[in-house]
Design a protein around this ligand. Structure first.
Ligand code: HEM
Length: 514
């Protein structure tokens, strides 16, 4: 009996070994240069063990293989092709997008309905959903929703004003937490039409859900990484993309809201309203610019189901909350480190606000061009999404090469590394908003700046995100100057426990009344 058991064990181990051997030969068999994998995690052992952030591992590969246009890697046993050449990346993003339109992530509408959202979908399902949702983010609709952002900025203003008064004109704040609460208020109001009240109550349910979805911890980090790179494992073990309590919260709240609004004929200026129209009519009319964006994208007027609505509202929450709050926090952090740049922002702010009766209006924000340059430079240093994925939808050569990529191959675009590459940017570690002067932008090589991605799959919420970031900056900076608190490091240390860019420490800033 014992001999039999040992025999079975040996056969099992041999089968596992052969499986890994075969998998880890994938790039070699295709004649693609690759980074030697190690059993059992391929090239991401440090990521799986929570020792290093994924972006740092990707960056090491980028730097070590800078001379190669693409390089084969393994995430666990999934082959992932890391693109290193900006021209190839542009082809994938834009010109040959139709063959690389997938995200390559896990999507299981039956077991995990919240995973069926725009960020994750691929192929025809993505095309059709994108065409339906684009009008919801048109310039006209963003301007329309600005009222909501402005209302939440009022709570932010009240908080800063009263804290300054209590502190006798100066106080110290964990700026990341403050802006996470502001962003939670904005996104829950803009997406669900609910006042989450996080500015006044840091323990609100929405804030707690935001923390659960993004807290730097192994559970959330592993789910996200598996979702991106090891969908077979997710499927095999029926793992959901988010923890169960987060899943239940969003599913329940959206179902209740839809029922309430339909029963009581409630109309509101928010994204849920647009989704309900998509549920009932199959499309929403856009303004001219939105129509231009959807031109060429197949539109069907198929109506959204309740589950599809919940998934889209959920993605607006997760894609819109952490990205905007971290971008605002990092901008204030850099302004605290660079008082000369802060002076210029304040000068512009004061001039523009004076011309707009002291109010942070939508039109006033459009005139804050230097502030926009500052935000763009922040996004170069700290792109909220530090790498972007695509999936080959057909077997075909990689653009501009003779190398064949199989249908289903995962491609990784190392945004963080390209933004910091000294061959592409002069003195890339220097924080310098002047890189985003119109002349400088025209002069630089196309395709080296991509904080919102690029091509037909570019961030759908870009306009809304920028409005939100600038509103928060204008609100805080109209009241106070910022400086680094003694406890705040001079260089941000990125957490190894999250896929987005988050510091592993708080960012305390001193706010001093102006
Ligand atoms: C500073 C703020 C933001 C940044 C840096 C950011 C960044 C990104 C990036 C890099 C992508 C991937 C693009 C690609 O694959 O080429 C993306 C996609 C997306 N973003 Fe954003 N985002 C921001 C704000 C927002 C906001 C406010 C929303 C919604 C309320 C949003 C919703 C989405 C959605 C739904 C997608 C998926 C688009 C698709 O796959 O078609 N984002 N974002």
């Amino acid at each position: 009996m014992l001999e039999y058991a040992v025999g079975v064990l040996v056969a099992l181990l041999a089968a596992v070994y052969m499986f890994f051997l075969h998998r880890f030969n994938y790039w070699q068999r295709r004649g693609v240069p690759f980074v030697a994998p190690r059993l059992p995690c391929g090239n991401v052992t440090d990521v799986i063990l929570g020792r290093r952030p994924m972006l740092a591992v990707v960056d090491d590969i980028y730097k070590e293989h800078r001379d190669k246009r693409f390089i084969g890697t393994y995430f666990l046993f999934t082959p992932v092709l890391q693109l290193q050449d900006v021209d190839i990346i542009r082809q994938v993003y834009i010109k040959e997008f139709q063959d690389f339109s997938g995200r390559g992530t896990y999507w299981n509408p039956e077991n995990d309905p919240l995973s069926g959202h725009l960020f994750i979908l691929g192929g025809q399902a993505w095309k059709s959903m994108r065409a339906k949702l684009v009008p919801a983010f048109s310039p006209g609709k963003v301007k329309y929703m600005f009222g909501t952002v402005s209302e939440c900025a009022g709570f932010l203003r009240e908080h800063v004003e009263s804290s300054l008064a209590k502190g006798g004109g100066a106080y110290t704040e964990d700026i990341r937490e403050l802006l996470a609460r502001f962003s939670t208020d904005v996104i829950s109001s803009a997406a669900f039409g609910i006042e989450s009240n996080s500015m006044k109550n840091p323990h609100s349910e929405f804030r707690r859900m935001g923390q659960r979805a993004f807290e730097p911890c192994m559970d959330v980090n592993m789910r996200t990484l598996l979702e991106f790179f090891a969908r077979d494992i997710m499927k095999m073990f029926s793992i959901r993309s988010v923890p169960n309590d987060v899943h239940e919260f969003f599913t329940r709240i959206v179902a209740d809201l839809v029922e309430h609004r339909e029963k009581n004929n409630v109309e509101r200026a928010d994204l849920l309203n647009i989704l309900i129209r998509l549920k009932n009519d199959g499309f929403v009319p856009g303004d001219d610019e939105a129509s231009a964006e959807t031109r060429g994208v197949d539109r069907d007027d198929q109506k959204l189901t309740g589950k599809e609505i919940a998934a889209q509202v959920f993605v607006f929450f997760i894609a819109g909350f952490e990205t905007t709050s971290s971008t605002t926090a990092f901008t204030l952090y850099e302004l605290a480190k660079h008082p000369d740049i802060q002076d210029k922002v304040l000068q512009e702010l004061d001039t523009v606000l004076k011309a707009h009766g002291g109010k942070v209006t939508y039109d006033a924000l459009q005139e804050m061009t230097f502030m926009e340059m500052v935000v763009q430079e922040t996004l170069r240093h700290y792109p909220a999404v530090p790498f972007i994925t695509r999936e080959a939808m057909v077997t075909r050569p990689l653009p501009l090469t003779d190398t064949m990529v199989e249908k289903g191959t995962r491609l990784l675009i190392p945004v963080w590394s390209i933004h910091k590459d000294p061959e592409l940017w002069e003195d890339p570690l220097r924080y310098d908003p002047m890189r985003f002067l119109e002349e400088a932008k025209r002069a630089r090589r196309p395709g080296i700046y991509m904080p919102f991605g690029d091509g037909p799959r570019i961030c759908i919420g870009m306009r809304m995100g920028l409005v939100q970031v600038k509103t928060a900056l204008a609100t805080v900076l109209s009241l106070a100057r910022v400086t680094l608190a003694p406890s705040t490091p001079k260089e941000v240390r990125i957490s190894a426990r999250t896929v987005v860019i988050a510091p592993e420490h708080d960012i305390h800033l001193v706010l001093t009344a102006r």
